[in-house]
Design a protein around this ligand. Structure first.
Ligand code: GLU
Length: 304
């Protein structure tokens, strides 16, 4: 299939749709991004590549990084991870505190902020140099060693991270944070600041389409069964409180971030990463969602 022609067609169609989304500005550093940028990249597990627009341009991947840290923790502590985090959709915004009190400090899932913070705590216990080890994990997935943190963004996150500090303190009070809060939050703010392009994101998620094996190196990251479960979790929890809508309209597991990126996985086939910085009210890329909806419709490639 010539995906590039399809990308072009959908892009043209969407030009006539007014982008009513807003660039994330709750972290000052994120508000500086030029909002008209748009990129997409599809990579098949057989190594075919299709790109359009600003596919090579790096942007702040934000919550998409929660998949990398979850996979790294899951690959190490296996199913005991579920003693520390749940696996149900939250139905509340990504930084909500309300449910955490009811659930006695156990986050609903690893992709909301509270869950991702617990995962950072697990990695602080498990890894010798968590920040370096997380980056080298991403380097192995992509084959690109220049991917790194944006320290300005990490600092901006830290300075405005009142809710995230509230989450970690609440969880600490329930005994679900084992390490020093500052160590955990330093990891959390840094993973949010990682910058990658659509090309790199699409490449890095390929193992999730390929039964846990990185196609270019043959490295087994997760077992086939844990890979399936990670995809199931992205399907139900990957889009804040809009996971139902994404499943309904796009029909692929995936993960979004407030930098405007979305990565979706078609198991056994391909991964697709799209980037458009303006976000809808739920924090997902407005045009990115529309683009993927059109894409899976035109190519009849949802998993359902
Ligand atoms: N850095 C963001 C925060 O913790 C993550 C937001 C996101 O992409 O969901 O507030």
């Amino acid at each position: 299939m010539n995906y590039e022609t399809i990308f072009q067609e959908i892009y043209q169609e969407l030009l006539s749709v007014k982008d009513i989304g807003q660039v994330a500005d709750y972290i000052p550093e994120l508000a500086y991004v030029a909002p008209e940028q748009f990129g997409v990249r599809l990579t098949t597990i057989d190594g075919e590549k299709f790109a359009f627009g600003d596919a090579e341009k790096r942007f702040s991947i934000q919550s998409i990084a929660k998949v990398f840290t979850f996979v790294l923790a899951y690959s190490r502590i296996k199913s005991s991870i579920w003693e520390r985090t749940g696996l149900e959709p939250a139905g509340t915004p990504f930084n909500s505190l309300v449910q955490l009190e009811y659930d006695k400090g156990i986050p609903r899932n690893p992709f909301i902020n509270a869950g991702a913070i617990v995962i950072c705590d697990i990695l602080a216990s498990e890894l010798a140099s968590p920040k370096e080890n997380i980056l080298s994990f991403i380097h192995r997935l992509t084959g690109v060693n220049s991917i790194g943190y944006n320290d300005k963004v990490a600092l901006s996150e830290k300075k405005t991270g009142y809710r995230n500090y509230a989450l970690v303190n609440l969880m600490k009070s329930f005994g679900n944070i084992r390490n020093d809060i500052d160590i955990v939050m330093d990891i959390y703010f840094h993973i949010c600041s990682i910058e990658m392009s659509c090309t790199e994101l699409s490449q890095s998620f390929l193992f999730l389409a390929n039964n846990g094996i990185v196609p270019h190196s043959g490295e087994q990251i997760l077992s086939a069964s844990r890979t399936k479960r990670t995809n199931a979790l992205m399907q139900t929890c990957g889009f804040y409180d809009e996971a139902g809508e994404f499943t309904f309209k796009v029909g692929l597991p995936g993960k979004s971030g407030v930098g405007g990126g979305i990565v979706a996985v078609h198991p056994e086939k391909y991964t697709i990463a799209v980037w458009s910085p303006r976000l809808n009210k739920k924090g997902n890329s407005y045009k990115g969602m529309l683009f993927l909806e059109e894409f899976t419709t035109k190519t009849s490639s949802s998993i359902f």
